[in-house]
Each structure stands twice: as C-alpha cells, then as structure tokens.
Design a protein around this ligand. Structure first.
Ligand SMILES: C=C(O[C@H]1C=CC=C(C(=O)O)[C@@H]1O)C(=O)O
Ligand SMILES: [Mg+2]
Length: 467
C-alpha cells in the first residue's frame, strides 16, 4: 500500500503564498517523501481518469531512473525557433530561483523536475500531425513518482500565487489520496486491434534517397539522414499503458518514454542517449551504422562482425564520432572516446556504438550541451546546416519530436536527454511511426529502405502489428 505521510506541505504552501505576494509572481513549492514500492506502470495507469493527456513516463536503459509524472503543475512551452534551448533554460532557472523545497534528502530525479523535449527542426513548417506539441514543451508534473536505484519517492509540486489560500493543501491531499487509492488493483486496459498499416509515400522516399546519394557523390555534403512514416489504423482508441508495457518487456536496453500532450501521446524505445549530466560528468553516445539481428547465435555474430568491418557503416558512424567530439570539447576540459566502435544489440537491430565521457567546465549547462549536440549526424547530417536544410526541403515528413531531444532536468541542472527515435505518435484510433537512416555516398536505396523497415519493428511489435 502506498502511504502518504503528513508532512510540512501545509506550512510550505502558506510560506509560498506569502512569498508569491511579496514577489508578485507565482512560487513553486515542492515536497518529496519516500514511499513504499509501487509498480511504475500502475502509477501511470492510476492517472488515467483524472489526468489523461498530462502524463509522462521515463525509464533509462540501466533502470537507474524511472519517473512517472502525473498532472501538470506548470508548463514551459514555446514555438520560438531562435535560442529555444536558452529560452527554456531561462524560464526554468527563474522558476527554480524562488521555489521552496521540502525534502530531507536530495536524490537526483526527485523534487522539482521538468520533463519534456524539443522538436527536431523549429524552422520546419508544422503540420496538423504535431498540432498538440509546441516546438519546445516541458511539464513540471503535479505528482512525480521516482524510482531511483530501487528507492521510491513521491514528489508533490504546487504553484502558489498571491490569490491562493491554504485550502490548496486539502485539495492536493484529496487528489493524491484518490490517485494512490487502490493503485495495486489497477487493471491495465487491453490493446486494441490493428486494422491497417500504410506506408507513407515509400516510392517518393526511395527517390529522395537516390537524389541525396547523387548530391553526396557530387561532394556538396557528406551525410544526410532521411526519415519516413508508417500510418496505422486501429479498431478503437489506442490505450498508452499496454504499449508502454510491451516496450518495457521487449526493449530492455532502451530509454522508454511516453509524453502525453492534449490528447496525443509521443512514445518510443530509443537506444540512443544524446547527453546525460551528473554534476560535471557528461555522457553522450555515438550510435550510427546498423544491421539486422541473426536468427541464431552464429548468424547474429556473423552479422555483428560484418557490421564492425563494413566500410560504409564505419564511415556513417565516424561522422557522428567526429561531430560529438568537437561539440563536447567546446564545453568540457576532458573528453574520452574509444578509438573503435563496439556493437550495441537491441531486440530487432544491432548498431555501431561509441560511448563518450567528458568532464564539463564549471559554467556549462545540460541545455547548452543539448544545443551543441542536437542534431548529431546520426539524425541530421554533415555539414550540419546544409543537411538540416536538405531534410527540411526534401522530406515529406513533419518529424515533430521524432529524432529530437526528449528527457528531464532537475533543480540542480542534472538530467538526461535521449534522442527520440524508434518512436511513434498515438492519436486516438491512429498512430504514426517514424524511422530514418544515415545516407552516405555509398548508400544503396533498397538496403536503406530495408533498414527503415527494421527500425519500425520495435514500435510495430509493441503495438502488436506484424514485426
Ligand atoms: C534515424 C534513426 O536511427 C539512427 C540511429 C542509429 C542508426 C542509424 C543508422 O544506421 O542509419 C541512424 O543514424 C532511426 O532509428 O530512425
Ligand atoms: Mg544506417
């Protein structure tokens, strides 16, 4: 049973209201308490009645941080293109600078946290597909359950303004009691049947790939990532919970995320970290170059070895290593990168993988790193500017948040962003899945097309379509 203790939240609220009156601006009060273990997916499901459309699920590959955000205490959003990372960072720091924190210990990923992400390209014209997601969107959840290295915490975040009074406390108490009441008995909704899968203009996509190969051969650019879409129809509305459950079961070594906004849900299982920051320690990942998994251990090993020696894939990978190294060196006084890639194996695919570790300069922030790194040539290309412009012009797809940074930041500036690939957007009875691949001058159109088919499989399988 989840027992919620009586803590000093009431006093905190009174203090925050007084402060809000003095400062003439809303003040955040954040309370953290330890709770007994509870199933993360049950917490997400428990929020369905009262907070559908306002939930966030996050799990990192090592299971060190699992977070479920329920409800929205405050939204930070913007469609502004230039300086968007700094704009979000400024709003976050402003809010944090006068917030009140009620916590005895300060484990990471508890207390006030901002969960969300950015679109791939704020200059790409937005279509209806992504109407529910501004180009920059973060939620500070009302209730946050964090599982940190096996310990369970509940954070309550409330934004108090000058007009509020202490009845806020009773309201919050009732709300979280009803949220946690009977949480263990939660039944997850069943997945609905998939009735149709449509590839969106596959022939156009192939044509674009051959056009890009010609451009690359002519030497104007070195690499461009092109993506495409599958549109799925279901018999009824797609519930998010069983999709998360399947991703958790099938994609164990991935970031599992689900981000609800105004009725839609962006969800996925990405094997790719963009950047993680813990104090001054910074971690990033070069992930590019792909091959299928084998049906037997032997075949799998052969495929893995083939990938490790394949010049086209090594080339595709090396562009990412060089760019990440250069970006990290701008804000780190130490950067360590192994000289050869290794293999990273997921259920449906294997990749060339090079981990990167750095020590950041004192003044550098997580969003500054995101700004420097996004998009790496695993999602954009080389040179970056020209590649993004080509993607903007040539792709029929509105990428929205696909291939963009998704993650979290805490009040001390620690946090993590994944690259939102192997992902899809759930919209009522329909879903869009996204997959792309790195085109280099030696790319073969049909092999790249097959590679995108493999990259759709994690989401297709979680939605119980044919794999
Ligand atoms: C763009 C995607 O994958 C990237 C990450 C790993 C390997 C990739 C590749 O081999 O092409 C891509 O650069 C995607 O999954 O949609
Ligand atoms: Mg590739």
């Amino acid at each position: 049973m989840v027992t919620i203790q009586n803590t000093e939240l009431k006093e905190g609220i009174i203090e925050a209201i007084e402060k809000a009156r003095k400062l003439s601006m809303p003040v955040l009060v954040s309370e953290v308490q330890r709770i007994h273990p509870v199933q993360p997916l049950s917490v997400f499901a428990a929020g369905r009645d009262q907070f559908v459309g306002e939930r966030f699920f996050w799990k990192d590959p090592s299971d060190e941080v699992v977070m479920i955000g329920i409800g929205i205490c405050k939204e930070i959003q913007s469609d502004q293109a230039s300086g968007r990372f700094f704009h979000v960072e400024k709003q976050w720091q402003e809010l944090m600078s006068h917030s009140i924190m009620l916590m005895e210990e300060k484990p990471t990923a508890t207390g006030p946290i901002m969960l969300g992400g950015f679109s791939f390209d704020p200059l790409k014209e937005k279509t209806d597909l992504w109407a529910q997601f501004p180009h920059s969107l973060f939620h500070i959840p009302k209730y946050l359950v964090s599982v940190i290295k096996g310990e369970y915490y509940l954070t309550t975040n409330l934004l108090c303004s000058a007009e509020d009074d202490d009845s806020m406390y009773e309201l919050a108490e009732q709300e979280r009691k009803s949220l946690f009441n009977g949480i263990e008995k939660q039944e997850l909704p069943q997945l609905t049947n998939l009735s149709q899968v449509n590839e969106v203009y596959p022939e156009n996509w192939k044509k674009r790939v051959s056009e890009v190969v010609e451009l690359l051969k002519a030497g104007t650019m070195k690499k461009v990532v092109l993506a495409r879409e599958l549109r799925l129809q279901f018999e009824e509305q797609i519930p998010v919970e069983p999709v998360i459950m399947n991703l958790l079961e099938e994609q164990r070594d991935s970031f599992i995320f689900a981000f609800e906004s105004r009725g839609d849900c962006f969800i996925g299982a990405s094997p790719e970290r963009l950047v993680k920051k813990v104090k001054n320690n910074v971690y990033s990942t070069c992930l590019a170059g792909s091959i299928a998994r084998g049906k037997t251990i032997k075949e799998d090993e052969l495929l893995g070895n083939e990938l490790l020696c394949d010049e086209k894939n090594l080339n595709e990978h090396q562009f990412v290593v060089e760019m990440i190294k250069e970006a990290m060196e701008k804000v780190c006084h130490e950067v360590r990168i192994p000289s050869h890639p290794q293999l990273l194996k997921n259920k449906h695919i294997q990749h060339l993988y090079t981990p990167v570790v750095g020590i950041a300069d004192e003044e550098s922030s997580l969003l500054q790193l995101v700004n420097l790194l996004h998009p790496t040539p695993a999602l954009g290309g080389v040179p970056r500017k020209e590649a993004i412009e080509s993607i903007r012009l040539m792709e029929d797809l509105d990428r929205g948040m696909y291939a963009a940074p998704i993650g979290w930041i805490d009040f001390e500036g620690n946090g993590e962003f994944a690259v939102a690939i192997r992902s899809g957007l759930l919209q009522g009875n329909e879903a869009s899945l996204f997959a792309g691949c790195g085109i280099v001058k030696d790319s073969n159109v049909d092999s790249e097309y097959q590679e995108t088919n493999i990259k759709f499989r994690p989401m297709l399988s979680a939605l119980r379509g044919k794999e």
